[in-house]
Design a protein around this ligand. Structure first.
Ligand code: SAH
Ligand code: SF4
Ligand code: F3S
Length: 460
């Protein structure tokens, strides 16, 4: 019998990317096979993001587009499953807008997929047989299978052990958020902060290093709030966890994301001084440089506290660079507030950032605030911020020329197979002329030139 083919498409953050990688392994272990071909699958799964309006609207247009592909090709429409943050936020509404969807699951329930997909596939076959028979009697109706509970991290007890790994591997250590920034849907879509058991993480890391992982990225919505017990019942935290991961011989690099500024603790600052495997790039979303706006956002720090943290980090380890996220056009943001944001960019000289126009989201406090900002002003501020950010990113890239940097190679260049690509300590893409046998290894590279997109160099 032919294998059942599933096409899985992922939207949103690294958390979803991680979840999707686990889903591929989960379903592959149940006799299914992943396909890149979106028009030739028995099952189409969309792992979705709800963070901004555009992101969630995209899901419904994708659904419609993919369904049409099958109808135009006169093929049977696949079983559709919507999982992740839109699934949690929209729930039943998804069936109202797209009745041909069979399954809706929150990100904490995706381990139920094999069982529900089996049910949906069987039902689909019954419906197809009935259509062929032209049977008039009782017709089977497509069931709508839904579970959008947020139940913590029980999914990890139900997942098979990871079986393959790239040289860069991601490991989820924490999920959910208790911060309730007034603009953000994540506390609703991912639930409260929960931490994964320490031993389960260490087992996964050991397995990943045996499968060839060299770099471990620890993931969490507020990764510095990681709070669990070790195998002896003692309290663990992110710093203690990283120290244990650093003991794995084949793990050469460790990163963690995302940090919340006022949760960043001294033990982590100290670790950036003492642990060479910990990469010197700290991803520390600030969102705004104005205390007024930060307060309205319910971010629990001031610009002064943020700057002080950066000073501490850089004095612990002068190699440290900072990346960040920004939101422009938050309700009531004045030109002066916005200039405070530009000012903090000039002071910190972030090396890599994401900037977004504020997007009002359902069931958030900020969406109901007076003083919503005109789209034109938001667009204008975004452009100005991006110009300022780019200046500092460019300057940092240029400052790398002549330096010897540490690069983990991951791919052969798509445009010229004589070149390979990798990332340095600061996640900048680096290109060198070398053979594919170096993929998965870390080499010292002397940087010879820099553009906005990448650095070029030579192995030394
Ligand atoms: N937990 C992380 C990131 C969460 S979401 C943190 O607290 O920083 C990723 C980014 O999306 C956020 O950092 C923020 O910049 C952006 N974001 C979240 N909600 C948004 C909204 N309603 N409009 C625009 N950007 C938003
Ligand atoms: Fe959203 Fe704020 Fe939580 Fe980040 S800290 S996930 S922005 S509520
Ligand atoms: Fe999007 Fe959910 Fe991540 S809303 S950003 S996929 S946590």
């Amino acid at each position: 019998m032919n294998k059942i083919l599933f096409h899985l498409k992922t939207f949103g953050c690294q958390m979803n990317v991680y979840d999707s990688s686990r889903i591929v392994e989960l379903l592959s272990g149940c006799g299914m096979e992943a396909t890149e071909d979106e028009c030739n699958a028995d099952i189409v799964i969309l792992n979705t993001c709800y963070i901004r309006e555009k992101a969630s609207a995209k899901i419904f247009s994708e659904l419609g587009r993919i369904k049409k592909l099958y109808l135009n090709a006169k093929k049977n429409v696949p079983v559709f499953a919507i999982i992740g943050c839109v699934a949690k936020a929209e729930g039943d509404n998804i069936f109202k807008r797209a009745p041909y969807v069979s399954i809706v699951l929150s990100s904490q329930k995706y381990h139920l997929l094999p069982e529900l997909l089996k049910k949906a596939l069987e039902e689909k076959n019954t419906i197809l047989n009935e259509q062929e028979d032209g049977e008039k009697k009782k017709k089977t109706k497509l069931s709508h299978l839904i579970n959008t509970e947020l139940s913590g991290l029980e999914k990890f007890d139900c997942l098979p052990t990871v079986k393959t790994s790239d040289s860069v591997a991601f490991v989820q250590v924490q999920e959910g958020c208790d911060k309730f920034c007034t603009y953000c849907v994540v506390p609703n879509t991912r639930g409260r902060e929960v931490s994964r058991n320490e031993q389960s993480i260490l087992d996964e890391v050991e397995n990943l290093q045996n499968l060839g992982a060299v770099e471990i990225n620890l993931l969490g919505q507020n990764v510095d709030c990681y709070d669990s017990l070790d195998k002896d019942g003692n309290k663990s935290n992110l710093a203690k966890l990283i120290k244990k991961i650093a003991k794995f011989e084949n793990v050469k690099r460790i990163r963690y994301t995302t940090s919340y500024p006022s949760e960043f603790f001294d033990e982590m600052i100290e670790l950036h001084k003492t642990e060479p495997k910990l990469m010197p790039l700290v991803y520390l979303p600030i969102q705004s440089g104005s205390n007024e706006v930060l307060h309205k956002m319910n971010r629990r720090y001031t610009r002064e506290q943020y700057l002080d943290l950066i000073k501490k980090l850089k004095s612990a380890n002068p190699d440290i660079q900072i990346s960040s996220d920004f939101i422009v056009g938050f309700p009531n943001e004045t030109e002066e507030d916005f200039e405070q944001t530009l000012d903090i960019v000039k002071q910190v000289k972030f090396i890599q950032c994401y900037a977004f126009k504020y997007s009002p989201r359902p069931n958030t406090v900020a969406a109901k605030m007076d003083g919503q900002i005109d789209l034109k002003i938001k667009s204008d501020r975004l452009k100005r911020l991006q110009t300022e950010l780019r200046k500092h990113q460019d300057a940092f890239n240029k400052s790398c020329v002549g330096k010897v940097m540490n690069v983990l190679f991951t791919d052969v260049s798509k445009t010229d197979s004589e070149y390979i690509l990798g990332k340095n300590e600061y996640l900048q893409p680096v290109i060198v002329k070398a053979g594919a046998e170096l993929i998965g290894t870390i080499k010292n590279v002397k940087i010879e030139s820099a553009s906005y997109a990448n650095l070029k160099g030579e192995i030394v």
